[in-house]
Design a protein around this ligand. Sequence first.
Ligand code: NAP
Length: 242
Amino acid sequence: MNYALVTGGSRGIGKCICLELSRQGYPIIINYLSDDKSANETRLLIESQGGVAELLKFDVSDVEAVDNALEKWLDEHPGKIIEVLINNAGIRKDNLMMFMQNSEWSSILDIHLTGFFNVTRRLLKDMLTNRYGRIVNIVSLSGIKGMPGQTNYSAAKAGIIGASKALAQEVGKRNVTVNCVAPGFISTDMIRDISENDFKKLIPLNRFGKPEEVADLVAFLVSGKASYITGEVISINGGLYT
Ligand code: NAP
């Protein structure tokens, strides 16, 4: 079976996506930035459930690092194709726009939007040649609704949504689908500073989501059951609509 690459696959939502796609039978490439311990734990967890996993450490925002890492991986795996790509890596650097530093703006755009571009562009050629590909981009409610304190993050996620809709039209004829998953509040390290007790009353389902619930939706979009869905943004937010 060809491989699935999950950026930011070592922790949080990405980790659960790795575990779920592994259960679907995919050998997994776990990308991450710096936390070797978590990445190794995720790899061992996949192996303990009978799956195959490899670590591939690179910064998605660094185009040279992305190209070098993927080039090396492809050289070391002749004949193998990465046919599933989950663009999930990300961070938050919230601030009101009037106080926002240049670096807070640019790093968020670089990691989310340019990161999506860097990794996806490199893997598209093989998917198009192979006439099969599944790309799922993890965006956010912020990219649909906009969230105060997150002009950088909302812009980056909205940018990915626009790019995904355009790309879906470029590659559909070759049976490559491109979709976005837009979570609301999901309990991971990323939102450790946000109190579920304070915010859950805004959410009709009255709780934060679990990363496993997002992973189930991603796994569906990757599966044969979603073969006629492309260019879509699917929300998973407990009813916290715009
Ligand atoms: P998380 O638990 O903080 O995990 C982030 C992951 O991204 C880690 O594996 C981290 O690797 C990796 N990463 C960060 N910067 C990277 C870079 N430059 N290059 C490569 N990997 C990088 O976050 P999460 O909550 O699972 O979020 C995953 C995705 O869901 C993000 O795109 C986020 O915007 C989106 N999202 C999350 C929520 C939520 O409520 N949690 C809601 C909506 C959308 P290291 O550990 O090595 O740094």
